[in-house]
Design a protein around this ligand. Structure first.
Ligand code: ADP
Length: 259
């Protein structure tokens, strides 16, 4: 069963057609990355896949059922979204903030009780933010806050994880830590991941599949090594350059060299 499938998705904002018939099936346990220029509709598609934005035409099926028929709670048990920005209440500690992930999945009862449940503790540990559990979120740096936001999504303990630019604000070490963590979760727990990653090399390295959006439709769809090449650079980003593939430590990696 395909856990998440977009069928003929059209989204317009006023006169502006952003998605013009997007078809996308996300396989169970795969990591799929959305590529495309700024403004190509990646975030919009992620929001549609998360059930937060209803398309004007077409729709999304979650586990084969139309998303439009499902309750928010049902969706939250299946899908966690790390958006580009998460609102937070002034004074909320990291632990209180991350516990909101339990609310999404379990409702108000999930927030009761003094002790953290396992998912909250695990999420704080996995993202290496446990040392700030009692610190108000606003006292953290942008990078620390980004990991706390990921912890909130992980605490939801959903099998499908949607990540909108999860490495924003992170230095290179923490970028790699976050991407490695997501890869470990994907492999160990069979998570299905859909991400927007700006770094093409990282998208190629971590994703099983990439889908490039251009002018509101899917321009390319396939394994990174099959899809990411000089033509894609040119056609999707308007950039002339070379795409070089190298293997180190048995892992295929990619670098973009603009002309
Ligand atoms: P990307 O994630 O690829 O940068 P987005 O999905 O964020 O692209 O945006 C695609 C286009 O849709 C942009 O032109 C953006 O301005 C527009 N857009 C996105 N959300 C809204 C909205 N809520 N209202 C009006 N326009 C929007």
């Amino acid at each position: 069963m395909t856990p998440l499938r977009a069928e003929g998705v059209h989204v317009r904002f006023g006169e502006h057609a952003v998605l013009k018939g997007v078809d996308l099936a996300v396989g169970a346990g795969e990591w799929l990355s959305l590529l495309g220029q700024n403004g190509s509709g990646k975030t919009t598609l992620l929001r549609v896949l998360a059930g937060l934005l209803a398309p004007q035409d077409g729709g999304v099926r979650l586990d084969g059922r139309p998303m439009a028929d499902l309750s928010r709670r049902h969706i939250a048990r299946r899908i966690a979204l790390l958006p580009q920005a998460t609102p937070y209440v002034q004074g909320l500690t990291v632990r209180q903030f991350v516990r909101q992930g339990r609310y999404a999945a379990r409702g108000p009862l999930g927030m009761l009780g003094e002790s953290d449940d396992d998912q909250v503790r695990q999420a704080l540990r996995d993202t290496e933010v446990a040392q700030w559990a009692d610190t108000p979120v606003e006292r953290l740096s942008g990078g620390q806050r980004q990991r706390v936001r990921l912890a909130l999504a992980l605490a939801q303990d959903a099998p499908i994880l949607l990540l909108d630019e999860p490495t924003t604000y992170l230095d290179i070490r923490h970028q790699i830590d976050v991407l490695n963590l997501v890869r470990d979760l994907q492999r160990e727990r069979g998570l299905t991941v859909v991400s927007v990653l700006h770094d093409l090399g990282q998208a190629a390295r971590y994703s099983d599949r990439v889908v490039a959006l251009k002018e509101g439709v899917v321009h390319a769809d396939g394994a990174p090594s099959e899809v990411v090449d000089a033509d894609l650079l040119h056609d999707v980003y308007g950039v002339a350059g070379q795409v070089l593939w190298i293997t180190t430590n048995g892992v295929l990696k990619m670098v973009v060299v603009p002309d």
